[in-house]
Design a protein around this ligand. Structure first.
Ligand code: ATP
Ligand code: MG
Length: 556
């Protein structure tokens, strides 16, 4: 069979074909040929279907098993399509002239055959709500139909929230099972501009509207802040900021709850500053011994006291020299706004601002902070939530308990769980154990290849939009049990807003057109050439008199 298919051209090389659907769903479109296995079949497509209404990659078809073997329709997904001409087998064609000579013998186009491969997915057991894989291969010669919308609606309509429609069947809604999506974690992966944040916006807004869920979004670029303009969502959105800002709740952490290493990061005291670290360590030790809450002013006082209490003169001078640099770092620390003496943002407070609440989207903005500080804050927030999840499940006597399960969405996840050893330990822990404590993770990234592979492989549902980089594709393939190579090959051909979704949130993989998000979303990007044109026009209309650069200097 393989030899016979050698030299085939793929459908894409033949360019776009007409997409008018002429056949009704009951008409067979293909017949099984060659060798069938319980998981894969080869089919020859009816020539009438061929060019007029072609089968598409990723399209779902039904294989007619004998009713006494399997009563339900068995679904398969088209994984490869090849066009072969049996009059033009490669081994027979030695030169272009041989094609011309063959043409003289008759109409060689008649030998054209469309041959496809399909992966058998199984049949729906409605009672169990599962897809069962057949154990027996279908017989060669069996007829194949396009999958009817009625069956597909049963398979894809079982979840809680509709994320879009099947690309091949616009009338079939695809609904995600949110229990599976959140508890077994998910990843949204694609190149920039492919529709990741848009897809997350659809998911999160539906989780709120339909299920009154609890969501925390780590939003470094403030893409989700416009949610608070959306009439459906604005009362459910709380924006948190590490900086003081109007309209935003402040993220605050008690200094006493940090360990030495975390404070070094938060105060930007580098590894190499050994004297500063030493002085800080002694002052920190002094404060922690006192067993009372403290703030940065107390820290500065403790630093002075450590120096004053040092009797050895040389040592006191060494510490005193380090003091100025250390105080400058404390005064300028980008994270200093989040460090407080006693008031800490509660995980849950039924009567006030909380990080997690049912029917609430908490948007954590991080703009204006350097990468290291962002990582530390995200790890801290995640830890707070994770510990509160443990406290709830273990019924601990603490006010810091989660009120309910929560989904944490992490945008730009490659910055927080990178594969370079700097991954947030808490996010990794949530990936591994979050399910037990009601903490789910949704990672969003444009560079899957740079994500920690452990965490990525814990993200069981994968929503993959357009991806072109082969390294990123391979990383996805390695991390996903349900993504097959043939689906992966189709990723570069996806349009904006089209996604392959695989994993436990759906019974079988689907090629989905994500629905329209009813609301505003940031991160749309700047229309480059328009911005140049607009700026030039503005400049022209406002120019009163030409001004020389030197005019600004006092050089007379
Ligand atoms: N499902 C969709 N339907 C309609 N338009 C869409 C859809 N998905 C994305 N878009 C359009 O594409 C734009 C870019 O999408 P989005 O901001 O989600 O990209 P992204 O993958 O998050 O990019 P980045 O990596 O740069 O953050 C959106 O502003 C929107 O105009
Ligand atoms: Mg985005």
């Amino acid at each position: 069979m393989k030899e016979a298919l050698q030299g085939l051209k793929t459908m894409r090389e033949f360019g776009p074909l007409s997409k008018i659907r002429l056949q009704n769903e009951k008409t067979p479109v293909a017949t099984l040929i060659g060798v069938s296995t319980p998981t894969e079949v080869t089919l020859i497509v009816d020539p009438k279907i061929g060019r007029i209404n072609p089968l598409e990659l990723g399209e779902l078809v039904v294989i007619d098993y004998p009713k006494e073997i399997i009563a339900e329709p068995v679904i398969a997904m088209i994984s490869q399509i090849n066009l072969v001409n049996e009059n033009l087998i490669e081994s027979l064609i030695k030169a272009p002239s041989s094609i011309e000579r063959l043409k003289m013998l008759g109409n060689i186009e008649e030998g054209e055959r469309l041959v496809a491969t399909a992966r058998i997915l199984g049949y729906l057991d409605e009672k169990k709500g599962r897809i069962i894989a057949p154990r027996f291969p279908p017989s060669p010669g069996t007829k194949v139909h396009r999958a009817p919308s009625s069956i597909l609606s049963k398979i894809f309509g079982r979840g809680h929230i509709a994320i879009g429609t099947l690309r091949s069947h616009k009338n079939v809604e695809v609904k995600l099972n949110v229990d599976e999506l959140v508890s077994k974690h998910f990843a949204v992966l694609a190149i920039t501009g492919a529709g990741k944040s848009y897809s997350v916006a659809v998911i999160v807004s539906k989780i709120i509207e339909k299920l009154q869920g609890a969501v925390v979004i780590i939003d470094p670029h403030e893409d989700y802040v416009p949610f608070n303009k959306n009439p459906h969502l604005k009362d459910k959105v709380v924006v948190f900021s590490a900086k003081r800002a109007t309209g935003k709740q402040r993220i605050a952490f008690k200094l006493r709850n940090f360990n030495y290493g975390e404070l070094l990061d938060l105060l930007s005291i580098p590894e190499r500053a050994t004297n500063q670290k030493d002085l800080f360590n002694r002052a920190y030790g002094k404060l922690m011994e006192q067993k009372v809450d403290w703030d940065l002013d107390d820290l500065k006082k403790a630093i002075e006291e450590v120096i004053n209490d040092t009797e050895e003169k040389k040592e006191a001078t060494r510490l005193n020299n380090a003091k100025y640099g250390l105080l400058a770092r404390i005064n300028q620390a980008p994270a200093k706004d989040i460090l407080t003496k006693s008031s800490e943002l509660p995980v849950y407070n039924p009567h006030g601002p909380s990080l997690v609440k049912p029917d609430q989207i908490s948007i954590i903005t991080l703009s204006g902070l350097d990468a290291r500080t962002q990582q530390t804050i995200v790890d801290l927030l995640a830890r707070k939530i994770f510990y509160a999840g443990q406290a709830k499940v273990r019924n601990e006597k603490t006010p810091n308990k989660l009120p309910c399960a929560v989904l944490i969405v992490v945008e730009e996840a490659h910055n927080f769980v990178p594969n370079n050893g700097y991954a947030s330990r808490t996010l990794k822990q949530i990936g591994a154990e979050g399910r037990k404590f009601g903490v789910g993770l949704g990672l969003v990234s444009q560079r899957p290849g740079k994500l920690d592979s452990d965490v990525l492989s814990q993200c069981n549902t994968q929503i993959i939009l357009r991806i072109v980089n082969p390294y990123d594709q391979q990383q996805i393939l390695r991390s996903s049990e349900s993504l097959s190579e043939d689906l992966l090959n189709d990723l570069p051909a996806l349009n904006v807003g089209e996604a392959v979704i695989v994993g436990p949130s759906l019974l079988i993989p689907a090629l989905v057109k994500i629905s329209k998000f009813e609301g505003e979303l940031g991160g749309r990007g700047v229309p480059i050439t328009k911005s140049w044109k607009d700026a030039l026009e503005k400049q022209k209309s406002s120019a009163v008199k030409p001004q020389r650069y030197e005019d600004d200097f006092d050089i007379h």
